[in-house]
Design a protein around this ligand. Structure first.
Ligand code: AMP
Length: 394
């Protein structure tokens, strides 16, 4: 298929899109329609000359926003649509061509991702209505982690909760971990064992061996694991009962605090933005310093734990807004893992800039490598869409 793939990431009031061409020499058109359903819906995007544009969409809903997105594609017509779907449960282990049965199965999985899957499906319904002739493919955030063995995905809970209610660890950010570990294999010419750290507003780690995810830090929801922008990551599972009994908090209140008021924001009392935290820490803000310290310690602890999943460690890959842009976080994480025999090159670490792949270790033989690899979830979704259609049409 030589036409571009339209990649859609649909939220309840926003649609992020990218028109990904078949070859890298053509420009990628990207943008975001936001505040859908309110009076000041708008579309922001980047055209083929790299110029940013903003258009008011009135009180557009998802279908009108997609029509506006299509108009902004400068006459380019996609050959297929690739949808990011957050939760595929145990049924979806790879990208899947969307039909009515697949939509019904994604709806059934909504209990596991009540905020995300219904919103993702709004995008599917709108694009199917607008482009009935185009193949539509679902690419799941959880699919890459379906290769986890039971020892990594089972919680130590009564078996019936797994059997009857699908309660297990699923993992997220699969598209990103798949992309950066695949790039690491391509860049080094060997299919090795990688620890990947996706550090953005949401954060997770994964252990990838020969292209297969063997363990990851997120669980049944994206709250488990690392400290994130506003999410707590791991807490004692007894905390919920404690907060309920001691403070009289409802489950909704606890959920809100752990998801939206915790993490870097909660620890620092300042912000969830790592750039602002680094600036505040430089000026001696105690909360900012503590937030960065806990953040880095928990990443290192997670990487050390996940290394148990790998027969051999070939290297660590940093990605996501923080992983790609914060030499300080990378340095602090590496310093907490002396037993891995890592050899960070401080100059290369400081020089590595957003949008560029780079190796940041001293390239000492027999030491695990350290890489910064900018993630490309949209590119990966487009690739998986193309690959699936190539197989289906063959
Ligand atoms: P993402 O969700 O991947 O877009 O990442 C968002 C996070 O990346 C926010 O915490 C940003 O503060 C952080 N970030 C972006 N640029 C930088 C930078 N130059 N230095 C440190 N953190 C950054």
């Amino acid at each position: 298929m030589n036409e571009p793939v339209l990649v859609i990431n649909c939220g309840s009031s926003s649609i992020k899109y990218a028109l990904v061409p078949a070859t890298a020499d053509q420009p990628r058109l990207t943008g975001l329609a936001e505040r859908l359903g309110s009076d000041d819906a708008r579309l922001k995007g980047v055209d083929s000359r790299g110029e940013v544009f903003t258009r008011s969409l009135g009180n557009a809903g998802h279908v009108q926003a997609l029509e506006a997105i299509l108009e902004g594609l400068e006459g380019r017509r996609p050959g297929a649509v690739g949808h990011r779907i957050v939760h595929g449960g145990e049924r979806f282990t790879r990208a899947t061509l969307i039909d009515d049965d697949v939509v019904a199965a994604i709806e059934q999985t909504a209990a596991l991702a009540p905020l995300h899957n219904p919103a993702n499906l709004q995008g599917v319904a709108a694009t199917r209505a607008l482009f009935p002739e185009l193949p539509q493919v679902a690419v799941f955030d959880t699919a890459f982690h379906q290769s986890l063995p039971p020892r990594a995905y089972r919680y130590a809970l009564p078996e019936a909760l797994y059997r009857d209610h699908a309660i297990r660890r699923y993992g997220f950010h699969g598209t990103s971990h798949a992309y950066v570990s695949g790039r690491a294999n391509a860049l080094t010419g060997r299919t090795g064992g990688w620890l990947t750290a996706h550090l953005g507003n949401g954060c997770s780690t994964a252990a990838v061996w020969e292209g297969q995810s063997l363990d990851t830090s997120m669980g049944i929801t994206p709250l488990e694991g690392l400290v994130m922008g506003t999410r707590s990551g791991d807490v004692d599972p007894g905390l919920h009962a404690h907060l309920s009994r001691q403070l009289g908090w409802s489950i909704e209140e606890i959920d809100r605090v752990l998801n939206h008021e915790s993490g870097l924001l909660g620890l620092s009392g300042l912000t969830n933005d790592m750039r602002e935290l680094e600036a505040a820490a430089d000026e001696g803000h105690a909360g900012a310093m503590l937030a960065i310290e806990v953040f880095c310690y928990r990443i290192a602890k997670s990487l050390a734990a996940l290394s148990c999943a790998l027969p051999r460690l070939d290297g660590i890959v940093f990605t996501g807004g923080i992983g790609e842009n914060s030499p300080r976080v990378r340095e602090q994480v590496v310093a907490l893992l002396p037993h891995f025999g890592l050899a960070l090159d401080p100059e290369a670490n400081r020089a590595s800039l957003r949008g560029r792949e780079g190796r940041i270790d001293t390239r000492t033989p027999n030491r695990p490598a350290l890489w910064v690899i900018p993630t490309d979830e949209e590119g990966r979704i487009a690739d998986e869409t193309r690959q699936l259609l190539g197989e289906t049409l063959r």
